[in-house]
Write a protein that binds this ligand. Structure first.
Ligand SMILES: Cc1ncc(COP(=O)(O)O)c(C=O)c1O
Length: 435
């Protein structure tokens, strides 16, 4: 065995020893330990992978990232996945891609309309506004919390170019209806899958139905890189454009450390630059730099191996909560999977009924007092957020359910950090509070 390999083995066994000592599982004490909504789940493998990438001293995006992108694309069953530094960056890159001039008449331009929902995470919608397009808000359905398709046709105008919508909290939206609508009217479909890695509709992964899709690897999500995200698609042209937006807006598509992939590095004339200007330094769009480091990718690779187990535990926790809280159906609306879907649950959404004898805010406060953590459904209604005051948008139909979500809805965790003992405690807390 080489000296380096031998040292690496020693480091690995020390890391395991360190991990087992530093991150010992603590016994759950009802009422004292908190029941989280989300968080990172890892063991010594993640620490070993990150260390391996650090020992390579490559630091920027490299071989771990290439392997992660390939394995992620294979898992989802798409042609390409490219990593970015957050789910928000993923949405930015994905939307920017749909504005590229080489897409001709289909490119989204300032003043064009994009159908979406107001009960969203802000950075699903923000790129629409940042590129000068106009969000057109529809209501959502309760108890699936997904886009309500009733007024889709009414939302259409001669400026509509796309539907941009998330598979909220790991459930899926009605992909039959949305894809049929997009096909009929020649619209782009951007699926925000940040909450829904592993979710399927009619047996196919979400994100494979539309043109382009996004993921987040923030610790709250199904797998984590610390910070991270991905854009995925099967169309090669969209992949090249997305990569260019991620990588400074460059025209060249060489992988890091590679040269002259196009074979025309020094023999092209582009823009007003002189003939033969190095293709590595030619920019075809206003881009960003949203790449990740290889340490992040290494963490992602270790997590990807655990993904199926995470998804299964989330489902099990969801089912246990559904059973345990069923007796409160008179006071609480319990969440439901969309027809034909196999959700990859992100959280357990609850809506307090008007006749419950308790408000959402009081219930949430009481649960938090008992160390059961809660969250709201992200921004609730984006139109009501301070930053949305002077933003141009259109609403179709009334947003009655969105309004209910703002006032009556919250969610609790199904994260793999939660075990059966914790769920029994959570259900007991609901029994006490709602008695
Ligand atoms: C639906 C949705 N889209 C986008 C994001 C943004 O992801 P990130 O926090 O990685 O920027 C989130 C974050 O939770 C989200 O829930």
């Amino acid at each position: 065995m080489s000296k380096l390999l031998d040292i690496k083995h020693q480091i690995h066994s020390l890391i395991k020893e360190y991990h087992d000592e530093a991150f010992k599982e603590k016994a759950f004490v009802a009422g004292e330990s908190s029941v989280p909504v989300s968080g990172k789940v890892f063991d010594h493998t993640e620490l070993q992978y990150i260390t391996d990438s650090a020992l390579d001293a490559w630091f920027t995006t490299g071989k771990f990232n290439t392997e992660f992108e390939k394995k992620l694309a294979k898992y989802i069953n798409v042609k390409s996945a490219i990593t970015v530094n957050s789910g928000s960056s993923a949405n930015l890159v994905a939307f920017a891609t749909l504005t590229a001039k080489e897409l001709g008449d289909k490119a989204i331009k300032p003043g064009d309309e994009v159908i979406t929902v107001a009960a969203s995470f802000p950075t699903t919608i923000n790129p629409i506004v940042q590129f000068g397009a106009i969000p057109v808000f529809l209501d959502v359905d309760i108890p699936t919390y997904q886009i309500d398709i009733t007024h889709l046709e009414k939302a259409l105008s001669n400026k509509t170019k796309a539907v941009v919508v998330a598979h909220t909290l790991g459930n899926t939206f009605n992909l039959d209806a949305i894809t049929a609508f997009c096909d009929k009217h020649n619209l782009w479909l951007l699926e925000d899958c940040c909450d829904a890695l592993g979710a399927k509709y009619k047996g196919k992964h979400v994100g494979t139905f539309g043109d382009i899709a996004t993921l987040s690897f923030y610790p709250a999500h199904h797998i984590t890189m610390g910070e991270g995200g991905a854009v995925f698609m099967s169309n090669a042209k969209l992949k090249t454009i997305a990569e260019s937006f991620r990588d400074w807006g460059r025209d060249c598509w060489c992988e890091p450390g590679k040269d002259n992939t196009c074979g025309k590095r020094f023999c092209q004339q582009l823009g007003d630059l002189p003939m033969g200007y190095d293709h590595k330094y030619i920019y075809s769009r206003i881009g960003y730099n949203l790449k990740i480091t290889d340490m992040q990718a290494a963490l992602g690779l270790a997590q990807l191996q655990k993904l199926d187990g995470f998804v299964a535990t989330r489902k099990k926790n969801f089912d246990l909560l559904s059973k345990g809280l069923a007796k409160h159906a008179g006071k609480l609306i319990l969440p439901k999977a969309t027809e034909n879907s196999e959700p990859s649950w992100f959280g357990f959404l609850l809506t307090v009924k008007d006749n419950a004898g308790i408000t959402r805010n009081d219930l949430v406060q009481k649960l938090n007092d008992k160390k059961v953590a809660t969250r709201l459904l992200f921004a609730g209604d984006l139109r009501k957020q301070p930053y949305f005051k002077n933003i141009n948008y259109r609403v179709v139909g009334d947003l009655t359910n969105t309004d209910i979500i703002v006032n009556n809805t919250f969610w609790i965790g199904v994260t793999p950090m939660i075990n059966e003992e914790m769920i029994a405690y959570v259900c007991h807390c609901f029994d006490e509070i709602l008695a």
